[in-house]
Design a protein around this ligand. Structure first.
Ligand code: SF4
Ligand code: SF4
Length: 135
């Protein structure tokens, strides 16, 4: 999908907040793709970690808001241990979640789960889902 770069699409404030919360300088990313190749969740992501870093460098809020990457990231650290630039990518994912959750964006809705799903779902999955995905 082509990427439109404009002052409307790019939000430097969002970029700054993610940098501050994560403590990571994603500007150092040189797009080698090692993180994307290491990610066990890659097939489920609509923006691979390498692409997310590029979008963050641009501050492309429009595309970042639509990226499922921070929500699906399993925080396994496979990307972080291999990044030649030493970027702690899971920390960046966590910061992106924090910024969006502070805007009262909830990514799970308990009321949409059926009683059968609730009965079958491990309690720990429910608790971790709520901690990770609700504001
Ligand atoms: S591994 Fe590091 S330098 Fe390479 S694309 Fe990923 S974040 Fe960028
Ligand atoms: S920490 Fe997240 S982005 Fe990095 S490899 Fe694991 S699942 Fe993928």
């Amino acid at each position: 999908m082509p990427l439109t770069i404009s002052s409307r699409a790019c939000d430097i404030g969002f970029q700054r907040k993610v940098r501050e919360i994560s403590g990571q300088n994603f500007g150092k990313c040189y797009q080698c793709g090692t993180c994307s190749g290491s990610c066990p969740m890659g097939e489920h992501l609509n923006a691979l970690p390498r692409q997310l870093m590029a979008l963050l460098q641009l501050g492309h809020r429009e595309r970042l808001d639509n990226a499922n990457t921070p929500w699906i990231c399993a925080s396994c650290h496979a990307c972080a241990v291999r990044c030649p630039r030493g970027i702690d990518i899971p920390r960046v994912m966590e910061a992106m979640r924090q910024v969006q959750l502070r805007d009262n964006v909830d990514k799970v809705d308990l009321s949409k789960l059926t009683p059968e799903q609730l009965a079958e779902m491990p309690q720990i999955a429910l608790v971790s889902g709520f901690r990770k995905m609700t504001s």
